[in-house]
Design a protein around this ligand. Structure first.
Ligand code: ZN
Length: 587
């Protein structure tokens, strides 16, 4: 049986081209029910295969006619879900699947009003990446198949909620609860997304804006003020923005990621709202995905670095253009530290540190380490250095132009790289050593930037003194504080940590990155005991996996298994299934 990638039952001989959804959303039963109608690419195949997971399939219509015996549902696989195979009579142009979702659908998070900021309305959002779209739409769930889609979504007319998708979106609530959507650019299934809640819209400029719960709208718009400049920078580097409109949606706190690059509607964690625009690198990252990821997409999750390595590279180029070279360097250095820790951790399983992965029988969720992001970044950065920036930039624009709205493999990228950059410019570079071998091809050392040297000099003065009176740290950036906290050795006395905490207010910081790093550091010593209340508060309100997973790990490492379990029991209702699965694997 030939499938298209390791994570789909779909086969290349029969594929979909366009999807039309007609869905009713019921918050009481926590289900979505309706139809999905597909236009097919011309095929002579006798069967077409879809991926489904926790879906109830009611009936299937061919070319608009009821057909009863034409489908089969395969055995359940805990990773892939089930194969839905449908016999195709000759001349099948379209088929319609009547289906409903189940409450446990892993892509869907149904939040009760008290899990939102305003506490007045429920909330629903989807997270499709990597292979969960199949749990709310029967789909050929592989990034190598791109489709356009349209949708009609009906909410109860008196719900008072707004419905949004990764498509052309409304700016106001509809009176009758019916919303229409269209995405006329071909996208992979993992980028089809939906969000429903008590939302309002504020424009940031002619083609950018933000959706948030009304109480968060003003703060969100303020925090995102600089996206305009970022968009200009991104277009200068990558070429024209081809998605017409770019809005942001601020999700409730349970959102498991920092951001999700859904086209036209980037999902963003509310932990972004630091009140000082200090965490905007996340926004630059998601924006960059409009090119790397959404325009040119990894053909399978084995090629995930193509999405993320390029995006981290572009994120830092955008930061450099908007905030200066030094800011980009601060980010790159912290990324380098993350990469070194990851490589160290992975020494037992060297294959997981290849850029090109083999995720057969593995959940692609597990590929979300610093390898595709940071090793990917340093790989692209190395190519840029060898080619020179001007030459590289010409290549980069042409790359996005030549592969736009396509899904490509690592092998296609390498071939293109040699043909269009390395060979014509006679650059000798062992690109394969980066892609198909573990670790880094040669040890390299990133020089420390000036702002981190300042931190290094300050550390001995800060530790063991009421530092605030001695040092002026008001100009320090978030990355400097992270570097500082990471540098604190584990043999510092609790009393000194307490003094530092009182001086700088780490454990009460509104900046989620600083707060997270402070908790993580406290779990290196016994100081965490002093912070237990704050830590518990953080874990029960934030659902971002990047933060909470290492903190649970830290608690367990400290022998606080029972405490960790107790917090988790209370907090898990606020976590998305992605975060829950990772944490439950720890227990
Ligand atoms: Zn990303």
């Amino acid at each position: 049986m030939k499938t298209i990638c390791p994570h789909t039952y779909a086969r290349p001989e029969a594929t979909i081209q366009h999807l039309e959804l007609d869905l009713k959303v019921d918050f009481l039963s926590k289900t979505i029910r309706g139809t999905a109608t597909y236009s097919l690419n011309p095929t002579v195949a006798e069967k077409i295969y879809f991926d489904i997971h926790s879906l109830d399939i009611h009936s299937i219509w061919i070319n608009g006619t009821y057909a009863t015996t034409d489908f089969e549902i395969g055995p359940h696989d805990s990773l892939l879900g089930q194969a839905l195979s449908i016999r195709l009579p000759q001349n099948t142009l379209s088929l319609t699947i009547h289906y409903s979702t189940r409450e446990e659908a892993p892509a869907l998070q149904w939040l009760n009003p008290e899990q939102t900021t305003e506490g007045t309305h429920p909330f629903l959002y989807t997270q499709g990446q990597p292979i969960m779209t199949r749990s709310w739409i029967p789909i050929q769930d592989t990034p190598s198949i791109r489709i356009t889609y349209g949708a009609k979504v009906t909410l109860p007319s008196d719900s008072g909620m707004m419905c949004l998708m990764s498509a052309r979106n409304p700016k106001e609530k509809s009176q009758d609860g019916v919303y229409q959507f269209s995405m006329n650019k071909p996208i992979p299934s993992y980028l089809i997304s939906l969000a429903i809640g008590n939302l309002s819209y504020q424009a940031l400029n002619d083609n950018m804006g933000v959706y948030a719960e009304p109480v968060l709208l003003e703060a969100s718009a303020w925090e995102l003020e600089e996206v305009d400049q970022m968009m200009h920078a991104a277009q200068e580097i990558c070429g024209n923005f081809l998605w017409e409109q770019q809005d942001f949606l601020i999700l409730p706190k349970s959102f498991p990621y920092g951001g999700m690059e859904n086209p036209r509607l980037i999902f963003i964690t509310p932990t972004l709202l630091a009140g000082d625009k200090s965490l905007v690198s996340l926004v630059a990252h998601e924006l960059a995905h409009s090119w790397s990821g959404n325009l040119v997409t990894n053909a399978s999750w084995n090629d995930f670095w193509l999405n993320e390595g390029f995006t981290v590279y572009l994120e830092r180029r955008i930061l450099e253009m908007v905030y200066g070279e030094e800011t980009a360097e601060l980010h790159a250095f912290l990324g380098y530290q993350d990469l070194m820790v990851e490589l160290d951790k992975s020494s037992e399983k060297p294959k997981s540190t290849h850029l090109k992965l083999n995720l057969q029988d593995q959940n692609p969720e597990e590929a979300i380490t610093f390898i595709p992001y940071e090793k990917g970044y340093f790989f692209i950065k190395e190519i840029e250095k060898l080619a020179g920036r001007d030459t590289f930039d010409i290549f980069l624009k042409k790359y996005f132009e030549d592969f736009r709205f396509k899904s490509i493999t690592t092998e296609q990228f390498l071939e293109y790289l040699f043909e269009n950059l390395l060979d014509p410019h006679k650059i000798s570079f062992a690109a394969e050593d980066w892609v198909y071998a573990p670790g880094l091809p040669q040890p390299f050392f990133l020089p420390l930037c000036h702002k981190f040297k300042i931190v290094d000099e300050a550390i001995p003065k800060i530790v063991r003194a009421d530092a605030k009176t001695i040092l002026d740290t008001r100009q320090w950036e978030t990355q400097q504080w992270i570097y500082f906290i990471r540098k604190l050795s584990d043999n510092i006395q609790n009393q000194d940590l307490l003094t530092m905490d009182q001086s700088f207010g780490f454990s009460t910081s509104g900046n989620s990155e600083i707060l997270f790093h402070w908790f993580l550091n406290a779990l290196q010593s016994e100081y965490y005991k002093t912070l237990m209340q704050e830590l518990e508060q953080f874990l029960t309100t934030v659902g971002r996996r990047k933060f909470i997973l290492p903190l649970y790990e830290g608690l367990i490492r400290k022998g606080e298994y029972a405490k960790a379990k107790e917090i988790y029991t209370q907090a898990s209702k606020n976590y998305h299934s992605i975060a829950r699965n990772s944490i439950e694997a720890l227990f």
